[in-house]
Structures are given as C-alpha cells and as structure tokens.
Design a protein around this ligand. Structure first.
Ligand code: HEC
Ligand code: HEC
Ligand code: HEC
Ligand code: HEC
Ligand code: HEC
Length: 431
C-alpha cells in the first residue's frame, strides 16, 4: 500500500507542560507596555472592556452569530478547563496565564484568569472568551506567537474594524484598519511557535499555500454577505461571525443545531476523493482498490491543535453487515482501532522534552496535496458484485483524550460526531 507504513501505537498526549518555560522567557518577544503579551503582568482593568451584550442592540447579527462560536465558547469549554487545570495542577510547569493569552485575552490582560480556575467562577466578561472587544480594540495584531502573545489592544471609545467609511454613531468612534481584512488579524493566536519550533503553526501552513489558493482566513471562516454592519447603517458587504471550524459546544450553548450544520458544510469543502476503481491484479488472487485524496483546505488537514483530532479513511468492500474487507473501523471504546493493519490516518505527533517541544511526526495533508492509495484485498470466494465504499472521516476530538481529562460523558458520538468529508462508491463485477 502507498502512503505511510508506520504502524506503531499512537501516543495520547496532553498539551505538553514544557511550554511554560518559554512562556516566561522568550528573548525576542519582549512584552510592550501597551497591553501586549506579558504573561505575568496584568495591564488593564475589567472596566476598560465592554461586554458583547453592549453591542447586541446595534449589531444584532454579529452578536447572534458570534454567540454560538468557538470564540465565545473558548473560556467555558469544559475540555479546555480540564486541560488547563491538568497543565497547572498536575504538571505544575505551565505559567498560570500561558493558556489564557489566546483562550481568554481579557482574563489574561486584566489578570483575572490565572492558574487552575473554575470557569464558572470567572467574571462574566472573562467568560465571554474571545469577545468583540478582544478583536475590535486590536491596533496591532502582532506576528507569530513564540509562547508570548504580542497582539496589542487599545480598548475604549474607538472600535477598530474593516470599514474605512463608517457611519457615525454616538456609541463609539470607528476606525478602519487594513489588517482586519487579512489573515494577519488571526495570526498571533493561530500560529504558535515554541523556541523556533512549530507547535500549532496554522498560519504558517496557510501562507505556504497562499500563492496557489489566494484566500484569506476570512474568505472561508467569515464568509461575506450583503447586509447592515449596524442597525440604521447602510447596506454593504459584511462578514459572518460564526467562525465555523470543527468543534461543537459540548454543554448548553446558543445555536448548537445550527453550529453542527455549518461545521458539516465546511467539512464537505475540506478534501475530495477521486478516481476510485477496483481492479484485479494480474497473476494473483487479489484485487486492488485504488483512489486518490486531495486536500482543498487552506491549511493542513487537520491543522492547529491537530494532535487531538481524528482524520482517517474508512474503506469497506462487500455488504455492510459482514464486509469482505474493512479498514478504518472503530474499537469498542469508540477510538480508531490502531491494530487495523491497513489504517490510513492523518495526524501529528509531538515529542515533549524538558527543554523543547516539537512536532516529531506530521502526516497531515498539506493544502492541495494529492495522495494516492492502493488497498490490496483478497478476491471474494463468491461471484457477484462487490460494493466498495471509501469515506474520508473527521472527528474534532479523540474520545480517549476526552476520557483522560475526566470527561467520559462527552466521549460519545452524540458529543463527538463523526463528519464525512467525502464519500465515493463503486461496484466491482468480476470479469
Ligand atoms: C448605538 C449603536 C451602536 C452600539 C451600541 C455599538 N455600535 Fe458599533 N457601530 C455602530 C454603527 C452605526 C457603526 C457603523 C456601521 C456602518 O458604517 O455600516 C458601527 C461600526 C462598528 C464597527 C466597524 C468599525 C470600522 O470602522 O470598521 C465595529 C468593529 C463595531 N461597530 C464594534 C462595536 C462593538 C464591539 C460594540 C460593543 C462594545 C459596538 N460596536 C456597539 C453602532 C453601534
Ligand atoms: C480555503 C478555505 C480555508 C482557508 C483559506 C482557511 N481555512 Fe481554516 N479550515 C478550512 C476547512 C475546510 C476546515 C475544516 C478542515 C480542517 O480541520 O482542516 C478548517 C479548519 C480550521 C480550524 C480548525 C482546526 C482543525 O482542526 O483543523 C481552524 C482553527 C481554522 N481553520 C482557522 C483558520 C485560519 C486562522 C486561517 C487563516 C490563517 C484559515 N483557517 C484559512 C478552510 C479554510
Ligand atoms: C476573532 C475576532 C473577532 C471577534 C471575536 C469579533 N469580530 Fe467583528 N470582525 C472581525 C474581522 C476580522 C472583521 C472583518 C472581516 C473582513 O473584512 O473580512 C470583523 C468585522 C466586523 C464588523 C464590520 C462589518 C462586517 O461584518 O464586516 C462589525 C460591525 C463587527 N465585526 C462587530 C463585531 C461584534 C459586535 C462582535 C461581537 C459580538 C465581533 N465583531 C466579534 C473579527 C472579530
Ligand atoms: C485572541 C486570540 C484569537 C484571535 C485573534 C483569533 N482566534 Fe480563532 N480561536 C482562538 C481560540 C483560543 C480558539 C479555540 C476556542 C475553543 O475551541 O475553545 C479559536 C477558534 C477558532 C475557530 C474554531 C476552531 C474549532 O476548533 O472549531 C476558527 C474557525 C477560528 N478560531 C478562526 C479565526 C479567524 C478566521 C480569526 C481571524 C479573523 C481568528 N480565529 C482570530 C483564538 C483566536
Ligand atoms: C497561541 C495561542 C494558544 C495558546 C497559548 C493555547 N491555545 Fe489552545 N487553542 C488555540 C487555538 C487557536 C485553538 C483552536 C483550535 C485549533 O487550532 O485547532 C485551540 C484549541 C484548544 C483546545 C481544543 C478545544 C476543543 O474543545 O476542541 C484545547 C483543549 C486547548 N486549546 C487547550 C489549551 C491549553 C490547556 C493551553 C495551555 C497549555 C492552550 N490551549 C494554549 C490557541 C492557543
């Protein structure tokens, strides 16, 4: 079979603890005095920021869309909370504000979300996670994150955004900034490097494909539509604020049914299976199932915190109840069965060493990459047609990861649905 021959077991890795060392001491990312990423000092007061609920009256669509997004969920996510606690209490090495610099910028900059907190006890504004003001008081998006965020916020009377000719309002001043229309706005939180080594290098994967794809993060994750930016404002091009990705809220949260539907739609654009055919192999009693997979995502698939994701091929030949051949099946506990000898999956492994963390194995699909596959299976004993189906499947979190963090109640298909990126079928008739 083509592709990777690696069969060793997968290590279940929590977010490595060594990151903390670099959160303190990364030389060329000196925190500036204007509220950028000093991971030890609080720079602002909570009263410097406004709650999203104060924007809702005039920006009802933006508010409604954002409310169900993973940005709104970032600080409330029980998996996130459990892992944050695990890092700080059990591993004891992580800087107590390292994780919140991206997951709760306002908690980070006000020093109100430190250590192994109980998310339900955080101030309501901090529980809003990546709220409107976290993005719309941004005056400098920073560049890469070398363990210390370098975005700069200037909260207060001015809201910064993409519009250069904003209608005046009594609520705030408005100022257009070019970086809101480009991937720079997302870069500092979505491109983590530790000591020069890529850790969650999503932006870097994206820029590598930009000349071929010419699409910004916003083109896929904040699609444009025609409407009002604010009640009473002119009709113009505005942008969806659902920030659709791969995760779903696990607990009670706005717009859950809608969120699942839009994740499903985004997933269907991520990759495609082509040229599926089944051919007898001359001079042998085997058949070859051949096809190719092409990645159409603007960055690797999976990307970002890819080491928690499941992306794999499910290949079935014969009737579903008692298949003649199957690969990419689940074990009883719901995890991918790693003893499957033909398993093809896309994943990233990290090695944590005390002084440095790095990607040791990266088998994710790069943008536009095409991989060709051949599965050799024995000829069926019986004559008659053989139905072959190939599916490309995705799941946001590995059930084993969720169980290890002490949340077995979420390690089910109800909470961690498997999305079909693409599926192709063909029927083989013996010549
Ligand atoms: C009283 C109504 C009102 C309230 C409250 C309000 N806004 Fe606005 N906002 C407007 C109007 C009107 C515009 C201009 C819309 C246009 O020109 O199409 C605007 C524009 C914006 C822009 C675009 C700026 C640019 O130049 O690109 C942003 C960003 C924004 N508001 C964020 C917020 C945030 C965040 C809040 C809550 C903290 C908020 N607004 C509260 C009325 C309001
Ligand atoms: C061509 C469209 C496209 C562009 C451009 C794009 N994405 Fe994505 N993105 C997707 C698709 C499709 C998925 C779902 C498949 C996947 O997980 O890779 C996704 C997934 C994600 C995820 C979930 C992480 C994961 O597990 O893979 C994040 C976070 C994300 N994108 C952020 C970004 C950011 C930030 C940028 C810009 C630097 C960006 N995307 C550019 C299409 C795009
Ligand atoms: C993760 C960052 C982020 C968050 C959180 C966020 N926005 Fe935005 N917002 C953007 C970006 C980026 C754009 C510009 C998109 C573009 O031009 O491609 C934008 C555009 C806007 C605009 C201009 C009209 C438009 O749609 O282009 C308004 C108004 C706005 N946002 C209001 C809000 C409000 C209100 C909230 C909270 C309910 C919010 N935003 C949350 C990043 C964010
Ligand atoms: C202040 C930091 C920050 C900024 C700026 C930011 N993000 Fe995010 N984003 C996050 C964090 C943290 C999460 C994970 C939240 C979670 O799942 O708990 C996230 C989640 C997402 C997701 C959902 C991923 C999933 O797992 O489903 C998408 C898509 C996304 N961001 C796109 C963007 C885009 C596009 C921009 C720029 C317009 C942007 N983000 C700007 C921090 C940020
Ligand atoms: C550089 C910014 C950044 C830092 C620092 C960071 N994260 Fe994240 N994290 C993200 C982004 C962006 C995502 C969105 C998903 C993706 O990239 O695939 C995310 C996603 C996650 C998720 C997955 C959420 C879900 O439900 O799927 C967990 C859990 C998580 N982070 C935990 C942590 C912990 C614990 C720490 C501290 C040790 C941490 N993160 C530090 C940016 C960051």
């Amino acid at each position: 079979m083509f592709g990777s021959a690696r069969t060793s077991g997968f290590m279940i890795l929590a977010f490595p603890a060594f990151l903390a060392l670099f959160a303190f001491g990364c030389g060329d990312d000196k925190p500036s005095d204007s509220g950028s990423g000093d991971t030890t000092a609080a720079t602002f007061a909570l009263s410097d920021f406004q709650s999203a609920s104060e924007c809702a009256g005039c920006h009802p669509n933006h508010y409604e869309q954002w409310s169900g997004s993973m940005h709104a969920y970032a600080t409330q996510d029980p998996i996130w909370e459990a892992q944050n606690r695990h890092e700080i209490e059990d591993l004891g090495q992580t800087n107590e504000t390292f994780c919140v610099q991206c997951h709760s910028p306002i908690g980070f900059l006000t020093g109100t979300a430190k250590g192994a907190f109980d998310a339900s006890e955080l101030p309501p504004l901090v529980r809003e996670g990546i709220t409107c003001d976290a993005c719309h008081s941004m005056v400098d998006p920073g560049l890469d994150n070398h363990g210390v965020s370098t975005y700069e916020l200037n909260p207060g009377v001015t809201k910064y955004g993409p519009i250069n000719d904003p209608k005046r309002t009594t609520a705030h001043l408005s100022e257009g900034r070019e970086f809101f229309r480009t991937s720079d706005q997302c870069r500092n939180c979505h491109n983590l490097f530790i000591d020069g080594e890529p850790f969650e290098p999503l932006w870097t994967e994206w820029i590598g494909a930009f000349s071929a794809m010419a699409r910004e993060c916003q083109d896929c994750h904040m699609p444009a539509y025609t409407g009002q930016a604010a009640v009473g404002g002119p009709i113009r091009t505005v942008h969806m604020h659902e920030f659709t990705g791969v995760d779903l809220a696990l607990t009670d949260f706005p717009n859950r049914a809608r969120q699942r539907a839009v994740v499903d739609s985004l997933m269907k654009t991520a990759a495609k299976i082509d040229s599926l055919r089944v051919e007898p192999l001359d001079g042998s009693d085997s058949l070859a199932i051949r096809f190719q997979v092409q990645c159409l995502t603007g960055h690797n698939l999976p990307a970002g915190t890819s080491f928690r994701r499941d992306a794999w091929l499910h290949v079935v030949a014969g009737p579903g109840s008692d298949p003649h051949f199957e690969s990419g099946y689940l074990a009883e506990d719901g995890d991918i069965d790693l003893t499957d000898p033909a398993l093809e999956r896309y994943y990233v492994e990290f090695e944590g060493r005390s002084e440095q963390g790095r990607i040791t194995w990266n088998n994710s699909l790069a943008p536009l990459e095409i991989r060709r596959y051949e599965y050799r299976i024995p000829l069926p004993d019986t004559d008659g047609p053989l139905d072959v189906t190939v599916s490309f499947l995705f799941r946001a979190l590995k059930p084993s990861f969720v169980r290890e963090l002490g949340h077995p109640e979420f390690a089910t298909e109800e909470f961690l649905p498997i999305f079909t990126i693409d599926e192709e079928s063909v029927t083989f008739l013996a010549p």
